[in-house]
Ligand binder design. Structure first.
Ligand SMILES: [Zn+2]
Ligand SMILES: [Zn+2]
Length: 340
């Protein structure tokens, strides 16, 4: 099969023929219809973030496709089934899995990080967490649900616990941020979106944001947010991954508010603990999404609450994976998908 193989940072992925994987016991072989291109891949390729499995490895963790073959012992799926593969697969038996927190499983396996991913014609994965994709959700664009929709779903519904009427601020309007805007609006939040690009803010408005601020051109936008929301927002989501943005998000909260950290940052966040204590501020991390919530996230797409076709701005065949990565690097695309 054709695959784009990652060998080392600062090198292009190599398009080669590799043996098609055979599904082992409990696994399925999925023919990849689409694989979302994600900033996480750029971290491996451009910034030297190590993959868990040392290279060579096939990257790509947002995969939808059709079951081509089932391994021994698989009864939940049959060949031809339309499926979405969760970006992170859980073990099902660790303490965290058994307490319903599979998204932070101690033995998690991420596609294109622990195991070969979706920049290939086929991928073999454990069948346990694979979810069915309804017929009226397209597979190519639907691939991005595996991260760019489910991660925001978990952040809004499980961690941020947004309820109707809540004021919500979303910092960063990339693929994840724009899904945060749509899902927070869909559950009844009044959403204020913040980004440094006007084009992304216009999209945020079309996706349900009631107000937007350009952080590059608005002075003291955290103060503006507090004024607009009558003292501060109930829930702020940070999807940029920078300490300065996290601080602004914290400053935009009302007393009793929640900051949900969705973007990854290696930096230290300066935190006034007295203020957190006295104002009962909650600071929460949010990682991925529990497999059990995937069907709910898919349903939000199916019902049109998350506008998938507007989120996927670019599509490339696998042969043009280099162009796909460049398009993401350019910063103007919302979401890019490759089609093997
Ligand atoms: Zn991703
Ligand atoms: Zn586990």
């Amino acid at each position: 099969m054709k695959a784009a193989v990652f060998h080392a940072p600062h090198q292009p992925l190599e398009l080669v023929d590799v043996p098609t994987p055979e599904p082992k016991t409990g696994e399925v072989l999925v023919q990849v219809a689409g694989c979302g291109v994600c900033h996480t891949d750029l971290h491996y390729i451009d910034h030297g973030t190590p993959t868990f499995k040392p290279p060579p490895i096939i990257l790509g963790h947002e995969v939808a496709g059709t079951v081509a073959e089932v391994g021994a012992g698989v009864t939940s799926l049959t060949a031809g089934a339309r499926v979405l593969i969760p970006a992170v697969l859980s073990c099902g038996h660790c303490t965290l899995c058994r307490s319903g927190r599979e998204n932070i499983c101690e033995n998690s396996q991420m596609l294109g990080n622990h195991i070969d991913g979706g920049y290939a014609e086929f991928v073999a994965v454990p069948a346990k967490d694979i979810v069915h994709m309804p017929d009226d959700v397209p597979l190519v664009e639907g691939s991005i649900i595996a991260d760019a929709v489910t991660t925001p779903y978990h952040a809004v519904v499980r961690r941020g616990r947004v309820t109707p009427g809540d004021w919500v601020a979303v910092f960063g309007c990339g693929g994840v941020g724009l899904s945060l805007v749509q899902i927070a609006s869909a559950v009844g939040g009044r959403v204020i979106a913040v980004d440094v690009k006007d084009a992304k803010l216009e999209t945020a408005k079309r996706f349900g944001a009631t107000a937007v601020f350009n952080a590059a051109t608005t002075k003291k936008f955290d103060k503006e947010i507090r004024a607009l929301s009558g003292g501060g927002v109930n829930v702020a989501f940070e999807a940029v991954g920078k300490a300065v943005t996290q601080e602004a998000a914290l400053n935009s909260l009302i007393t009793g508010g929640r900051l949900v950290l969705v973007g990854y940052s290696p930096e230290t966040l300066p935190l006034n603990a007295g203020r957190v204590m006295f104002r009962e501020i909650e600071v929460l991390g949010s990682l991925g999404c529990r497999p059990v919530d995937y069907p709910r996230a898919i349903e939000m797409v199916r019902q049109g609450h998350v506008r998938l076709l507007d989120l996927v701005t670019h599509r490339f065949p696998l042969e043009r994976i280099a162009d796909a990565l460049d398009t993401l690097r350019g910063g103007d695309a919302i979401r890019v998908v490759v089609t093997p």
